[in-house]
Design a protein around this ligand. Structure first.
Ligand code: FEO
Ligand code: CA
Ligand code: CA
Length: 659
């Protein structure tokens, strides 16, 4: 999520994006030396970078020569570009079909009731597809690309759009605050995730009805807490005095799939769900609560009906959220496991790779302004022959946080108990429960809201998506630095990180900025798209990304609007190699109000699954509502609100996407 509440309700926007990182230590922003990438030197594009503003000459060139005729296809992607814009529906490149696979409220479990938006209920929702689909993972059966499982996160709810009967011209916050208990309970069931079996029959994808794998995970599903923080005093509650079991996962944003076929699903803005500020200030871990933004300002009124979300009554319940959850979708009776070794923060995703020594490495962003980029390296190695041997691989390993130095080098700093800077932490469990505080102590680099981090296994390059940070260099907030070079970074940027020796377990790396986003026709924006990028081809606010089977990078966005960029969110291809490095093109565009999530390709590259999240959401302070949504995508029927949906894209006549 993020933009969602953000653009609708400024008050909540401030809360959501507000950095809870209070450190005043000097950062790289205090280092005036800006680094020029080797590429910029080679192209003679001397970066004119002044503290607080950075205008790349390439962007100036683009402004002087706005692209007119589409340039020849000389890069790695082949498709006719979509026109950028804003309207009520989705658009895909010509020659492709984009069909709705499953929508919020559709049947998941065999006994699910039909979608009936006029009569919402928790019991109906608990068997239907949840709201705000985000991450999508495809787990093929026997390596096939036409049959497998889709695992889908349901990040959060737009209650103002889901349920009828809201007052006219109310704000989203007012509507959510007025929710009755039955609706809150329905929304709790709309969170979590879904497992569905999907199959391509005579060219068309369908959800397999009555699949034995079908499963709903919700904010009530029983889960196990594993790893070094399991059983820690800071994890104990009245319902769970052992600190090893928890009900539910919430705000699951992006994720990953492991080579052994499990689903990593990442809890992001969990703080929103906790209430009761007065007790928080008096509690035993006030500094940590504050650093994590707990409690939220009752963005969701769950604590009114569920005492465990009231931190006055359960001071440590919030410590049991903010983790990476591992779920085995092949066993519908398996208990999801919160893997505490991977740290606790607002996890965006879990891009991963098997390192050349066999250890498993997971890259992770903490999506908050001025927060950090992490990686986790397992102690043991992946056993490709024996699935069961990898069962608890994620319980032992080392969590690192990144420091980006101004000379283009970087260091992964280990969050381990024997680090002198972490002497104040009682044990490894506390370091992990309070990961952000430990990373502060190690003086990691404060970034412009890290979202997805994904690896290209062919080149070992790692792409770090930084969505935006409109407080960079403002007031007392940190100044620009080498890795976050733009003051008021409205449009975000992408860093390319190269591990030393191609070793993802190494503590050293090189980095350079791959792309600064925004409109290249406006020189002051300082965007650095390749000049061949058209007026449709540029984007702002990158969020999720995917590296496809040919090593090509795709970027999904969150935050493009009519007012900000004159376009909806969408999916763009981005060249990362060769003469066209930095050229992007629009492949798919979402309906108004929506954010685009989950780009996921089948191994044969013939199918692309996309998640359209919060279609119809308002871009102003007045909420779009059930009765007055900004669009009724995808059904376009009176009385049916907009429905977050999975879109499946195939090439007409067959073949690989964008080839
Ligand atoms: Fe849920 Fe960081 O987007
Ligand atoms: Ca986002
Ligand atoms: Ca996201």
């Amino acid at each position: 999520m993020n933009r969602d509440i953000a653009t609708t309700v400024p008050a909540l926007d401030a809360e959501e994006d507000a950095s809870a990182n209070p450190s005043t230590e000097p950062t790289l922003g205090d280092v005036i030396a800006y680094r020029l990438s080797r590429r910029e030197w080679l192209t003679g594009a001397l970066a004119v970078a002044v503290m607080g503003t950075a205008v790349a000459p390439r962007a100036v060139a683009a402004a002087e020569q706005p692209p007119s005729d589409p340039p020849a296809d000389t890069g790695r992607f082949r498709f006719p570009e979509v026109s950028a814009g804003v309207d009520a529906t989705h658009h895909v490149a010509e020659g492709y079909d984009a069909e709705i696979l499953i929508r919020w409220g559709d049947k998941v479990l065999p006994d699910a009731l039909p979608f009936d938006p006029a009569n919402p209920s928790a019991s109906a929702q608990s068997r239907q597809f949840g709201y705000n689909n985000d991450y999508i993972g495809f787990i093929p059966f026997d390596g096939r690309s036409d049959h497998g499982l889709l695992v889908v996160n349901h990040e959060y709810t737009n209650d103002e759009l889901m349920y009828p009967g809201h007052p006219h011209e109310a704000s989203r916050k007012d509507i959510i605050n007025a929710l009755s208990e039955p609706l809150v309970r329905a929304s709790m069931q709309a969170h979590g995730g879904s497992v569905i079996e999907v199959k391509r029959v005579e060219g068309r994808w369908q959800v397999v009805d009555g699949s034995r794998y079908a499963r709903r995970i919700t904010a009530e599903t029983e889960m196990e807490i594993t790893g070094p923080a399991a059983g820690h005093d800071l994890m104990k509650t009245s319902a769970d005095p052992a600190g090893t079991r928890v009900r539910g996962m919430i705000n699951n944003c992006a994720g990953g799939v492991t080579p052994w076929g499990t689903w990593l699903t990442c809890e992001e803005n969990f703080n929103f769900y906790f209430g009761n500020k007065i007790a928080a200030d008096a509690s035993r871990h006030a500094a940590a609560l504050s650093r994590y933004g707990v409690p939220g300002s009752e963005s969701y009124p769950w604590s009114r009906y569920e005492p465990r979300f009231d931190i006055g009554q359960e001071p440590f319940e919030s410590n049991r959220f903010g983790w990476v959850v591992e779920i085995d979708p092949l066993d519908p009776t398996s208990t999801p496991k919160k893997r505490t070794a991977m740290g606790r923060f607002k996890h965006e995703g879990a891009g991963n790779i098997v390192n050349k020594d066999g250890r498993f490495v997971v890259y992770q962003g903490d999506d908050q302004r001025f927060d950090y980029v992490y990686k986790f390296v397992t102690e043991g190695v992946v056993d490709p022959e024996n699935r069961a041997a990898n069962k608890d691989l994620l319980d032992k390993g080392t969590l690192y946080v990144a420091r980006f130095d101004a000379d283009g080098r970087g260091t992964w700093l280990p969050l381990v108990a024997d680090e002198p800077a972490l002497a104040n932490f009682a044990d490894q469990g506390q370091i992990l429960i309070q990961t952000r505080l430990a990373a502060d102590a190690l003086k990691a680099t404060r970034m412009d809201r890290p979202e997805d981090v994904e690896v290209d296994p062919r080149t070992n390059k790692v792409f770090v998506i930084l969505t935006n940070n409109d407080k960079r260099g403002v007031g007392n907030d940190p100044d620009p630095d080498a890795a976050n070079p733009r003051r008021i970074n409205t449009f975000g940027h992408i860093i390319e990180l190269t591990p030393d020796r191609g070793d993802h377990a190494a503590t050293g790396f090189r980095w350079e900025i791959l792309l600064k986003c925004g409109d290249p026709a406006i020189a002051e924006v300082g965007a650095t798209f390749h000049p061949a990028t058209t007026g449709n081809g540029w984007f702002g606010m990158p969020d999720n990304c995917a590296v496809d089977a040919e090593g090509r990078l795709w970027i999904a966005t969150d935050g493009n609007t009519k007012d900000k960029t004159g376009r909806t969110d969408g999916l763009w291809s981005l060249e990362t190699e060769g003469a066209e490095r930095g050229r992007s093109r629009l492949f798919f565009r979402a309906p108004t109000g929506a954010e685009l999530c989950g780009p996921c390709f089948t191994p044969d590259l013939e199918t692309l699954f996309l998640a359209v999240q919060h279609p119809g959401e308002s871009e102003t302070e007045v909420a779009a509502t059930f009765e007055n949504p900004a669009t009724r995508w995808p059904d376009f029927k009176d009385g049916i609100p907009p429905r977050p949906s999975i879109v499946v894209i195939t090439k007409r006549g067959g073949g690989k996407i964008a080839s």
